[in-house]
Write a protein that binds this ligand. Structure first.
Ligand code: SF4
Ligand code: SF4
Length: 506
């Protein structure tokens, strides 16, 4: 496919972008015109010397420029092309890297985050729960609890790998995190696993603990969490009305209980509250960016991550009901008059800032995929399709029934191993084969997508019953529109661009 994408921003500036080298050029109107001619298969050299008729409308008229300018920019365009810019990309060949058994074994030996689905049970019945009424593909909730012996077996099996020569960063911290349901419903499990892990000579000095919680059971577990220096992420969607989807099974609001627990935690352990407690607000039709911002500023002086409702794996029959509840976070932010104040406080938690960061970090030439490319840049190197992580490179997730997955966000049908009574049943060869089959399927779609070389999508979220289907697929026009929006944002916020350019992210 073409690597050249030409677009204009809201302010009328014209750019050309080279997908292969990730170079972005701000253009003179005539250079933009040459790019458009070339993209549409018209010979720039001949055109500039002959009739100069335009068979399309792009807002630049050759009649407004004199001969020498037209010839100059035609030559400049051809010079760029002679110097390795805008060469077509063989996307299918580029997306042809596949996982090997060794990749998976290496990743497993280096895994640094084990996440336990402590229990399927939850004392709340939030209307939008990702295991709830709207979603398909996850195991039915049967209030199953993860057995501490299963967790111990898993840690024991992993310890052998962590100690092996395949672990290239043996001093790295190892995070044990607890997820649910509501993990504190099974606090006994958490306490037993923490005690067991602390008793391991290998793990003892490497451990960090974290938990995602609905905050209702904090009070009775406070001392344990503080003494083990847990990082906790509390889900709270704003004030009482904003938070009103977060209810107990009998329909009562959980808001007062959560607030009381948080206030007690803050009063008794102020330093811990400041340093270890973070928040997440799910965004929906009962809150807005402005309301959430104001609530958190007044009540806690700290700001939450904003999560949109997950739109993948929806039950077909529930789509209409779901989309009544859905809130477009970017739009909710854009509707505010005091955007700059919110932006200053929420910063990277906002989708617009996030999109800018992803653009600067992945779509410009200043980012490289690995150290080797830093020294020997290679625009032709093969890559894995999509933005899916290599299994276990971010975490290893074990469900309450002992199934193993790369994270908690993907349907359980994709489980590729389990911890059984006897041992850890994980076959790196078959995991690689499983991924590679899915990659082959996805490549049919991704090889036609202009976002392919900077895709951040997870493969498991695009796999439907009838094969791959991606809502983020971008043809040329959609990709040009995407670039136009994101570069318009950069033009509006030059200070953000300077900050990003001054920051090295590894
Ligand atoms: S959502 Fe996909 S890419 Fe993200 S951590 Fe999970 S498996 Fe990896
Ligand atoms: S956006 Fe979707 S179709 Fe495009 S490369 Fe990523 S996963 Fe493939």
């Amino acid at each position: 496919m073409q690597s050249l994408v030409a677009f204009q921003t809201k302010s009328g500036n014209r750019y050309v972008y080279d997908r292969r080298t990730k170079r972005l050029l701000l253009c003179h109107p005539l250079l933009y015109l040459m790019a458009e001619l070339d993209r549409r298969g018209i010979d720039v050299s001949e055109w500039s010397k002959a009739s100069r008729e335009l068979p399309f409308e792009i807002g630049v008229s050759p009649a407004d420029f004199d001969d020498s300018e037209i010839l100059y920019y035609a030559e400049e365009w051809l010079l760029l092309k002679r110097n390795d810019m805008f060469a077509p990309i063989d996307d299918r060949a580029r997306l042809s890297r596949r996982l090997t058994e060794e990749d998976v074994a290496h990743s497993l030996a280096n895994t640094h985050h084990i996440c336990f689905e402590t229990t399927e049970a939850c004392n709340l019945n939030c209307k939008y729960c990702s295991y709830g009424q709207f979603y398909a593909g996850f195991d039915g909730r049967k209030n199953k609890q993860l057995d501490p012996e299963t967790a111990k077996r898993l840690l024991h099996a992993l310890e052998t790998r962590w100690k092996s020569p395949q672990n290239t960063n043996p001093d790295r911290r190892i995070r044990l995190s607890f997820f649910g349901g509501e993990p504190l419903v099974n606090a006994a499990f958490i306490k037993e696993v923490v005690r067991h892990a602390r008793a391991s000579e290998f793990l003892r000095d490497r451990l960090v603990f974290s938990m995602t919680t609905n905050g209702t059971l904090l009070m009775r577990n406070m001392d344990f969490l503080v003494s083990n220096n847990f990082s906790i992420l509390v889900s709270l969607d704003g004030d009482r009305r904003n938070d009103s989807y977060r209810v107990y099974h009998d329909g009562r609001s959980s808001f007062d209980d959560v607030m009381r627990n948080l206030e007690t935690l803050r009063a008794e352990h102020p330093t811990y509250f400041e340093e270890n407690v973070r928040f997440n607000a799910v965004m929906h039709d009962r809150n807005s960016v402005a309301e959430v911002h104001q609530f958190y500023r007044e009540r806690f002086g700290k700001f939450p991550a904003l999560s949109a409702l997950d739109t993948s794996n929806l039950q077909q029959s529930k789509r209409n009901e779901f989309y009544k509840m859905y809130l477009d976070v970017a739009r909710s932010f854009a509707e505010n008059e005091n955007r700059s104040e919110i932006e200053q406080d929420l910063h990277t938690n906002l989708p617009s800032t996030n999109r800018l960061m992803r653009f600067v970090n992945a779509q410009l030439e200043f980012s490289v995929p690995n150290y080797q490319d830093l020294v020997w840049p290679n625009n032709e190197s093969k890559v894995l399709p999509t933005g899916t992580c290599i299994p276990f490179s971010r975490k290893l997730y074990v469900t309450a029934s002992g199934k193993i997955l790369p994270c908690e966000r993907i349907p359980h049908a994709f489980a590729f191993g389990r911890v059984t009574e006897g041992h850890l049943d994980l076959d790196c060869r078959s995991i690689a084969d499983h991924y590679n089959k899915l990659y082959d399927e996805m490549t049919k779609l991704c090889a036609r997508c202009y976002k392919a070389n900077t895709c951040g999508q997870c493969l498991f979220k695009q796999m439907g019953p009838d094969g791959p289907k991606c809502r983020r697929f971008m043809d040329y026009d959609r990709y040009a529109q995407h670039l136009s929006e994101v570069v318009s944002d950069v033009e509006d916020r030059p200070e953000f661009y300077s900050e990003a350019m001054d920051t090295v992210v590894i």
